[in-house]
Structures are given as structure tokens and as C-alpha cells.
Design a protein around this ligand. Sequence first.
Ligand code: NAD
Length: 255
Amino acid sequence: MKYAIFGNATYNQEIHNKLQAINFVPEQENPDIVISVGGDGTMLRAVQHYINQINKVYFVGIKTGRLGFYTDFLPTQLDELVEVLQKKTFEVCAFNLLEYKLVGKEHSKTSYALNDLAITNPVNTQIIEVLIDGLHFETFRGTGFLLSTPSGSTAYSKSLGGSLIHPKVKAFQLTEMASINNRIYKTISSPLVLHQEQTIVLKSSNYENVVLISDGIYESFKDFDQIEATLSDKTVSFVTKLKDDFWSRVQRAFI
Ligand code: NAD
């Protein structure tokens, strides 16, 4: 088994020693398993780093931060991690990615996010036409939107009043950021949960001041006028010691 270590280097030597003792081979470029050491942000960056080979890689998180939705093991549990990897006594949780395409007049670009894509205008009122499977649903005025996956529903989406969605539900969510609602302008004002076969299109004649943040990483793409999004078939596979533990994770983190 080939492995890569990503993130905080504090435990690198210890991890190398323990994994090589069970004949695992270090391989940063083409690993079978990525060991992310840090918080959820580190895991999100590890997923982006290996996005082009996502169907071939397993991820496991060693939590050095305080809250970890994607990180199951503590640094004090390295022996346990090595044992479950050696004996293959782990569970695999597969989380679908959000797939989004930025469409410009001359170019387009397809990318993926494990948690979410934030589309925000910190300067002006952003006007966005919202289309669901071709239906013109509404004209939005406000700060922007967040598109999120079920596994991302406990992150930024939750702060925006979105629903918590079990990651086995094949859906994605659109939440508003500071919509303008008055006598003249109106939006639905509720988070929308769309199913996997649906596509949402967010069109604007002026995305100039909009900032795109994908999984906490600034996304640079100039001169686009349309964002198309859906839930991808692509998944991220996590090695976890607990079986389908989403609601107890939610309970531990928030209650
Ligand atoms: P980070 O590790 O500092 O993450 C920020 C916080 O979000 C941490 O407390 C982390 O544990 C938590 N988090 C991340 N993913 C989570 C998930 N799926 N469920 C529950 N909690 C989760 O690193 P970062 O690079 O800042 O993380 C990026 C993420 O931060 C984004 O994907 C976004 O969801 C979230 N975020 C949240 C807010 C907000 O709630 N107001 C604002 C910006 C970004």
C-alpha cells in the first residue's frame, strides 16, 4: 500500500516509522491512501490536492485541531490507525462532491468541492438569475449564495440556516446570503435542497465584484457569467473507524 502524508509535519517521522514497519511505501504523487494531519481545512486541501485521482485514493484524518468532521483519529491513536489499516478493519464513508462549472464567453472550467462553493459580492448588491433545470425560478438581489454538499451541510451552510443533510442523501443545497426582500424585490428566502439529477444555474450580467471560495480556497476565474452546479457522481472515500456515524458526529460537535 502506497501512502502520502499531507498537512502538519509534527508527526511525520512517527507515521513513517509505523507505516513502513507494516510494509507501507511512501509515495506523495500517486498514493493509495492520504493521511491528512490537521483540521478539517487541511483535509479539504488534501482532497483538492488529489482531486484528479480522487476515485483511486482513500483519505484518513488525524485531528490536531479542536473540531474534526473529516478527521477520525487523534495523534495518540496512531497505533490504532496502523492496526486498522493493516487488518483492514475500517469502514469506508463515501461523500459526493459538488460539481460546478464556471462558464465565460470564451472559456469554461469544471471544478469540485467537498463542502461548498461560496459566491459572494462583498461590495455591491449582486443580481443573480436562478434557474433550476431550465426553469427561471427567481431573480435574486443580495450578497450571494452558498452551494453545499450533504457532508458540507454542517459547515458554512449551517451558519446560513441551511438544513443538516445526511451524506447518504443524494442532494445538494442552495442557501441565500443576505437577500433583499421588500415590496419590490422578492426571493424564496428558504434554503433549497435539490436532488442529484438536477442542475442549478446562477446567471449574472455582472459577476465582476464576486468572490468565489471553494472549500475555503479562493477560486480565480475571470469573466464568467454563469455558474452551473449539481451533485457529482464522484465521491471522496474516507477511512473511518465508526460505522455511519453522521448524527453522533453532529451531536458531539453541536450539542
Ligand atoms: P478550518 O479548518 O479553519 O475550517 C473552519 C471551521 O469549519 C472549522 O471549525 C472546521 O472544523 C469547520 N468545518 C469544516 N468543514 C466542516 C464540515 N463539513 N462540517 C462541520 N464543520 C466543518 O479551515 P477553512 O479552510 O476555513 O475551512 C473551510 C470551510 O470553512 C468552508 O468549506 C466553509 O464550509 C467553512 N466556512 C464557514 C463559515 C461560517 O460558518 N461562517 C465561513 C467561511 C467558511
